[in-house]
Design a protein around this ligand. Sequence first.
Ligand code: IPD
Ligand code: CA
Ligand code: CA
Length: 268
Amino acid sequence: MSPLTTIAVRAARAAGDFLLRTGERLHELRVEMKGPNDFVSEADREAERRIVEIIHRAYPDHAILGEEGGAQGEVGSHGARWIIDPLDGTTNYLHDLPWYSVSIALEIKGRLEVGVVYDPVRNELFVAERGKGARLDDRRLRVSQHTKLAGAVIGTGFPFKSQRHLDAYTESFKAVSLAGCAIRRAGSAALDLAYVAAGRFDGFWELGLQPWDIAAGVLLIQEAGGVVTDIRGGDQLMKTGNVVGGNLRVHQALMDAVKPHLGPDLPA
Ligand code: IPD
Ligand code: CA
Ligand code: CA
């Protein structure tokens, strides 16, 4: 494991352990609304603070893009920027639903190099390093070998914060469902993507995600031999947040099912 990955893992575990402990006194947490159906708690903020502290202790001049703290620092000549979601699945967390994760990625000169997703409830650590593969603890990850949508298990997320893409999403949901898939909405996009990398989900699609939801999961899927693109099959997913992933065959089948329902105004 590279020193950069070691720091990412240390930070993810520290945040996850903090979230687990804090989850025992949920009723005491202060919660605010950032927007419709979009909550943030003290736990999200403190978890991010701890992650940034660990990263900056090791790499004081690295830039940060965190969900709660926004952009911090300049991307200097080293080109390093950490992309952090300290608690992916806040709605689950605040309802004591045991399905959430910590997501930390490192991008160097615009290219993802490290991706870590940590599920503290199951103590499962998903780690990807560019060119070195993806692992769940000591096990090497491969995407599933399922070849079609019929019989596939597909993860997704509903557009519950912004209703902007609701019609496009509903139509695409119908198409995927009619293709014979079992669809799961678990509530943490980062963990969904890690599950695609692990072959637990055959594929995933969601509209309107943010860079911190997907950065680590994207590298996990790529390093597990899968394909992850924007909704039109291109590479704009970190900009648009419209994401389709899976093994080569399922990714293509998902694209074929979803694309006709998106409408020309939906960004890639
Ligand atoms: C959310 C989760 C959810 C997805 C939402 C995200 P948050 O992140 O990833 O699965 O459907 O679009 O915003 O707010 O819990 O960090
Ligand atoms: Ca998130
Ligand atoms: Ca979050």
